[in-house]
Design a protein around this ligand. Structure first.
Ligand code: DMJ
Length: 367
């Protein structure tokens, strides 16, 4: 995407020559899927390098034992060598954020097993929604019982909604569209509220709709991008303004606030991409130059506040700008990539691309 062709070839060669998944380690299915499997499949689609597909199949096969639960919803961890599973208390994001990668692999290999397992898992989760059509934020994959009835749009929930919509776009599977419409409709009905003239999304009990709190965080800011991609443009435009307000209040966004008091509940900034990501989608779909300007301001404050001698650092507290000795891979995969793409008028064909939740581009290929 950045046109670094020789760097890409070197990286692909390194991966082919050095990576083996035959390791006696327990890995988190969600993170392994979105970062590793997603990266491999995306690189295969771009390069056509067969070895990357072979590695993808090997990795996906090693993750498959995770789906052998009584409900079909995946355990959180699996041992790549032995297939031993662990972690039966999961959440919608970890259960529902597998369909783009596994679905694409089924298309590429013509083996339906990958697609069937993940769709079955998503449906098992969806069928357990409440009468209000809300899902909670914790569920036991052995019993199917909810362990946390808090419904919200933040971490543990976010990419569940994202993948329902994107699976419809990538595969044209109407069942995903129907699930998305039902779930996001319930979110709009029971979570959305205008508070002090700004649009926010509160946290409620999935069964009663009763208010739990008015916490809102950096992770929630994927939603404006999803809204604008799913034809709810004015909703996305309104919500992203709350994000910019949150960013500007502290010069960089804190991880979590209470929007009814504007108190900071978690003062860190983890180099997260969500606001940049939504800004990119808003620019692409509205063409309003405001979004490029906003994106550039975000980028400038990240460079100013987070750059260190050897990379970029998470911020421990946005009120003091003290740095942490940590930089997640999503800073390159997502935050900087979306910042770059905001100003890249060539290259990527936006209308034929679906980004997985780690911003690895997948090409829309219909039968
Ligand atoms: C990323 O790993 C993914 O975007 C995930 O869906 C949740 N958010 C983190 C980065 O904030």
């Amino acid at each position: 995407m950045l046109d670094f062709k020789s760097e890409f070839e070197n990286a692909v060669n390194w991966v082919i020559n050095n990576i083996s998944f035959d390791k006696d380690i327990d890995v988190q299915v969600f993170e392994t899927n979105i970062r590793l499997l997603g990266g491999l499949i995306s690189a295969y689609q771009i390069s056509g390098e067969e070895e990357l597909l072979i590695l993808s199949i090997d990795l996906a096969n090693r993750l498959l034992p995770a789906f052998d639960s009584p409900t079909g919803m995946p355990y959180r961890f699996v041992n790549l060598k032995t297939g031993k599973v662990s972690g039966n208390t999961s959440n919608p994001a970890e259960i529902g954020t597998l369909s783009l990668e596994f679905g694409t692999l089924s298309k590429l290999t013509k083996n339906p097993v990958y697609c069937d397992k993940v769709k079955n898992a998503v449906k098992a989760l969806y069928e357990r929604r409440s009468e209000l059509d809300l899902v909670g934020s914790g569920i036991n994959v052995d019993t199917g019982e909810w362990t946390d009835e808090t419904s919200h749009i933040g971490g543990c929930m976010d990419s569940f909604y994202e993948y329902l919509w994107k699976s419809w776009v990538l595969f044209g599977d109407k069942e995903f569209l129907d699930m998305y419409a039902t779930c996001i409709g319930a979110v709009e009905k029971h979570l959305a509220e205008v508070y002090d003239e700004r649009l926010w999304y509160k946290r409620v009990n999935m069964n009663t709709g009763k208010l739990i709190n008015r916490h809102f965080g950096a992770l929630d800011l994927f939603l404006p991008g999803l809204f604008v991609s799913s034809n709810q443009v004015s909703r996305g435009e309104k919500l992203i303004q709350s994000g910019y307000y949150m960013w500007n209040e502290w010069g960089i966004e804190p991880e979590l606030i209470d929007y009814s008091t504007m108190n900071v509940l978690n003062p860190g900034y983890a180099l997260r991409p969500e606001l940049m990501e939504s800004t990119y989608h808003l620019w692409k779909l509205t063409g309003n130059p405001q979004y490029r300007e906003r994106g550039y301001t975000l980028f400038e404050s990240i460079v100013k506040g987070c750059k260190s001698d050897v990379g970029y650092a998470r911020i421990k507290d946005v009120t003091t700008m003290e740095k942490e000795d940590l930089m997640d891979s999503f800073f390159f995969a997502e935050t900087l990539k979306y910042a770059y793409l905001l100003f890249d008028d060539s290259g990527l064909n936006y209308n034929l691309t679906v980004f997985n939740t780690e911003a690895h581009p997948f090409l829309i290929v219909r039968d």
